[in-house]
Write a protein that binds this ligand. Structure first.
Ligand SMILES: Cc1cc2nc3c(=O)[nH]c(=O)nc-3n(C[C@H](O)[C@H](O)[C@H](O)COP(=O)(O)OP(=O)(O)OC[C@H]3O[C@@H](n4cnc5c(N)ncnc54)[C@H](O)[C@@H]3O)c2cc1C
Length: 394
């Protein structure tokens, strides 16, 4: 039976695990990257690519996003092409959204050094002429970027393997022995990975994997549906996202209490214009276990809302629709840090709808922790042991 000894085994080859593996190897660490399927098989391959700071909750989430966004330009210089573009983004406000809450949000963003402009409906339609007349305002952030998360995961795998990372897939590790100084992971084909430290980055599947390591990680899959169009004439310059999207993201209980079909699926409108001339239209937030099928009624709500926001979409052809599973944590904060309960384990999961945005800062935190250095950001509130002893989210 063959065994490979490494300093760090990273489990999960989504944008988080691949980024962590790359940065670790770049720092001279001997790394194994393990995925039960293949890179970007999880949420990272079924995601928009909006690198947004302006949609984050003030506090740690906004600070993390700003720190991560600041690191992207240097990253992108080192990775292959990932369709990265600074296109800007707009948070769309209609009559039902509280304008005062958006004004307060704009102030928080400026306090975090993010340049945003709150414009009225007339100015909004000058900037984005395709938008519907019912939108009364928009919070414009011209510095927001977008990229292709699937290509990002593949580019970081390529950079990681060039830096010496050893790939293992498809392989689901079974934890055979774990102590404070490392773990032995048995892979299905009889191989073993003996690691001094383990990075747990299994996305929506992190709860089960965490349990194998004796950790309580209440990560639940939160399904989001996206539809992609064929190439169309340009309908919008910027990434469009309705304020309702943020409300649902932050408060899952809204879907359960509402009788409105769109509210019940946690719908908020999003539209990303790709360099190919296609549009990605979203989305929903539902707890349906690990189901990745696309129900026609959910898709119908998303498409009707998309046309109501951006009427030109009525003339598009839908190429396909797909669903991804965001790694949701009940308090809406990632689980990021070294576990005090299992000191050989560094947890990097639970990024919900923000993992693409947060990949660079997460990778830097993981690397610093693995090397015994001080992390580059304050990890208060992100402690991976904070749910120990609680019941998982249902
Ligand atoms: C519809 C939708 C839109 C989104 N839009 C955005 C956006 O615009 N911007 C943004 O920043 N984020 C967005 N996200 C969120 C983003 O996709 C996720 O936060 C991110 O992809 C999570 O990355 P990850 O690496 O943690 O998890 P994943 O990408 O899910 O990767 C986890 C990996 O772990 C592997 N794995 C699981 N269990 C095991 C095991 N036991 N052994 C080995 N391997 C295992 C899986 O095969 C998988 O490859 C969106 C998500 C969705 C669903």
């Amino acid at each position: 039976m063959s065994s490979t000894t490494v300093d760090v085994a990273v489990i999960g080859a989504g944008v988080i695990g691949t980024a962590a593996a790359w940065r670790l190897a770049d720092a001279g660490v001997r790394v194994a990257l393990i995925d039960r399927s293949h890179p970007a098989a999880g949420s990272s391959g079924a995601s928009d690519g909006y690198l947004a700071v302006s949609t984050k909750t003030p506090g740690p989430a906004m600070a993390l996003a700003a720190a991560s966004r600041a690191r992207y330009p240097a990253w992108l210089q080192r990775l292959g092409p990932v369709d990265a573009e600074v296109r800007g983004g707009v948070l769309l406000v209609d009559h039902s959204d509280g304008l005062s809450a958006i004004e307060a949000h704009a102030r928080h963003l400026r306090d975090h050094g993010v340049d945003v402009d709150l414009v009225d409906g007339a100015r909004l339609r000058q900037l984005e002429p395709g938008l519907a007349p019912h939108l009364v305002a928009g919070l414009v952030c011209e510095s927001e970027m977008q990229l292709n998360p699937y290509k990002l995961a593949l580019a970081t795998v390529a950079a990681a393997t060039a830096a010496g990372v050893i790939p293992f897939w498809p392989a689901t590790p079974v934890v055979e022995r774990l102590d404070a100084t490392g773990a032995t992971l048995a892979l299905g084909d009889g191989r073993r990975v003996i690691a001094h430290q383990v990075v747990l980055a299994a996305g929506a599947a992190s709860a089960a994997l965490g349990a194998d390591f004796g950790l309580t990680l209440p990560v639940a899959p939160r399904q989001g549906v996206l539809a992609i169009t064929t190439k169309t004439p340009p309908l919008a310059q910027r990434f469009l996202v309705s304020a309702r999207y943020l409300t649902h993201k932050r408060d899952p209980s809204l879907a359960g209490t509402s009788t409105d079909p769109a509210e019940r699926i946690g719908h908020g409108f999003t539209c990303e214009t790709l360099p190919t001339g296609q549009h990605i239209i979203g989305s929903s937030r539902r707890f349906v276990g690990f189901d990745r099928t696309v129900p026609p009624d959910v898709l119908a709500i998303i498409l009707a809302s998309a046309i109501a926001h951006l009427p030109g979409l009525a003339d598009c052809t839908i190429l396909r629709a797909f669903a991804g599973l965001r790694p949701f944590v009940p308090d809406n904060r990632p689980l990021l840090g070294r576990s005090a309960a299992q000191p050989a384990v560094i947890v990097a999961t639970g990024h919900e709808g923000d993992g693409v945005t947060l990949a660079p800062i997460t990778a830097e935190v993981v690397t610093a922790l693995a090397l015994g250095q001080t992390p580059p950001v304050d990890l208060t509130g992100l402690d991976p042991d904070r749910f120990a002893g609680t019941q998982p989210h249902t």
